[in-house]
Design a protein around this ligand. Sequence first.
Ligand code: IMP
Ligand code: MG
Length: 174
Amino acid sequence: MSEHVRVLLSEEMVDARIQAIGEQISRDYAGKQVHLICVLKGGSFFMCELAKRITVPVSLDFMSVSSYGSDTKSSGVVKIVKDLDESLKDKHVIVVEDIVDSGRTLSYLLEMLQDRGPASLRLCTLLDKPDRRVKEVFVDYTGFEIPDQFVVGYGLDYNQRYRNLPYIGVVEFD
Ligand code: IMP
Ligand code: MG
């Protein structure tokens, strides 16, 4: 079975939207420093592009999580594979994600990060699939709301491929 990727959001559309979010964050955090947290691997492309467009001082950190086995998936408990290098204490933290789908990963993660004493904590996601939500998650900055379709590109993978596409596409099987 062969597959191809249909463009859903072009590179120009994604770039323009990231520019707008960068400007919004720069306004919202005027006079402050923001600490961006990237959830690997999917959030990495978006975070780099976003960081380049933020004009207030920025620091960055990375973490990697994985869901426990399928039994506990519904509980949303995630395992930290790589934790942050720095403390969040008194920082203005923005978690930068590729996509919010069921919301399980993010609702767990945000609760855990909140316990680390940041001055503020917000969530920024490139994509949101609200139809798929199981756990309520408040998203502060959203790139695009998309329908319930499996998408790739801009950090999102299908079997670890397609993360490098500079646009968002839908995998279609021929
Ligand atoms: P959630 O806990 O269900 O919100 O899981 C979100 C994670 O599932 C994302 O960070 C992605 O890694 C993955 N994911 C969800 N939807 C898609 C998709 O359409 N394409 C690729 N990965 C996805
Ligand atoms: Mg992710």
